[in-house]
Each structure stands twice: as C-alpha cells, then as structure tokens.
Design a protein around this ligand. Structure first.
Ligand SMILES: [Zn+2]
Length: 237
C-alpha cells in the first residue's frame, strides 16, 4: 500500500531541478567550442584567400619582370643593329650578328617565362576570386549563427538562473540531516542523486540490491539508499 514519504518527495523534487541544472550547464559549456570552430573556419578561409592572392601577386610580378627583360633585350638588339651599319670587317659583322642572334634566343626564353607566369597569374586570380566569394558568403552565415548561439546562451542562462532560484526553497524543504548528504551525492553524481529502483537493481549504479533494501523501498516509509553507490532510491510510479 502507498504511504506518503515526504522526505523522499522533497529529495525527488530537488533532484529534478538539479538534473535540469546539470543538463543546461552542460549545454552552455558546448557553445564556446562551437564558436571556436566557427572562428577556425573563418581563419582557414581567410588563409586560403590570402594564399591565392599571394600566388597571384607573385606571378604578376614575375610576368612583369619577364616583360621588362624582353624590352631591355629588344633595346639592346636595336643598338646592335645600329652598329651593323658601321662595321668595318666581315669578322666584326659576324660578331655583332652573333650577339643579335643570342639576344633573340634570350627574348624567346623570357617570353616563354612571361607566358607561363601569365597562366599562373590567371589561375591564381580565379582561385583568389573564388575564395573571396566563399569568404563573403561565410561572413553573413557566421554572423547569423553567432547571434543564434548568443541568443541560445542568453536563453539557457536565464533558465539556469530561474532554476537555481527554484532550487533554494526546495533545498530548504529537506530535513537538515539530509542537506549535506544530498549535496555530497550531487557532487559525486551530478543530477542523479535520486534514482529509480529498476527491477531489483539500482538504476544509478546498476548493481543488484539486497532483498531487504528492495523491501524497504517498496514499503516507502523511510528514505532508502543503494548499498553500493549510496544514491537515494525510489519506486517508479
Ligand atoms: Zn546504486
């Protein structure tokens, strides 16, 4: 038959509030790492953009210096060609011509370099623009997500404050002899100081309980504790 065990009722009620407090605290603790992950993603995306920009700048610079080389050599060829007019011997003529031909070969090589760098420049430029697009898309996404998370933290914090206030009178309802024991259990088993009897097991530690303990829980006259983990036991209604 059912009897009212007020002390147990108070313990159950307090444990319910504490279980919620523990759950909400755990949820709140997850948010900083979520925010950190977002920051890491942002930094990673920024780096990809910076790397592509750096590749673009380098290729651009190298293309320009190759083009400058070509201009310098062309100028040199013009001067050599002017010299050809004034040469006195075939030997001298051949020597100048050889200079001109050699310079022509250098122009080909520099033009090739210029083309290669232009190709790299175009590729890196396209990559840079793409990474910038990603970055621009990510920013509002992350801002929205951040304000969503900030809102959740605020909401949960408010809920937590309310529960903590609610906890006070419930703790006050406990018999003085129980307060320290309960707090000790709460420290050891956060949110689970009071657990149900599951068949002939304690649902907190899952150990099989001795028959007399089970009997006492069923009688519901006193507060009964698991002989293994010391948690308070109750009979599920
Ligand atoms: Zn137990």
């Amino acid at each position: 038959m059912e009897t009212t065990n007020m002390e147990l009722e108070h313990l159950i009620a307090l444990n319910e509030v504490d279980a919620l407090i523990v759950e909400i605290r755990e949820q709140i603790e997850l948010y900083p790492s979520k925010l950190r992950q977002m920051e890491e993603r942002w930094t990673h995306q920024q780096k990809k953009h910076q790397d592509a920009s750096a590749r673009f700048d380098k290729a651009l610079q190298q293309r320009r210096s190759a083009e400058k080389e070509v201009l310098t050599i062309r100028e040199k060829i013009r001067k050599e060609q002017a010299k050809l007019m004034g040469v006195k011997s075939n030997k001298e003529y051949d020597a100048v011509l050889q200079e001109i031909n050699a310079a022509g070969g250098k122009i080909d090589a520099w033009e090739m370099t210029g083309l290669e760098q232009l190709e790299l420049e175009e590729k890196a430029g396209a990559e840079r623009d793409l990474e910038k697009e990603h970055l621009d898309r990510l920013q509002p996404e992350q801002q929205a997500e951040k304000s969503r998370i900030d809102g959740m933290i605020r909401e949960k914090q408010e809920r937590l404050d309310k529960l903590e206030k609610e906890r006070e009178p419930r703790l006050g309802q406990l018999d003085d002899t129980w307060v320290d024991d309960y707090e000790l259990l709460m420290e050891r088993y956060p949110g689970a100081a009071v657990v149900a009897l599951e068949g002939n097991h304690c649902s907190g530690c899952n150990w099989r309980l001795v028959a007399s303990t089970i009997q006492h829980v069923r009688e519901n006259r006193n507060v009964v504790r698991c002989e293994h983990c010391q948690r308070v036991l109750y009979l599920k209604s």
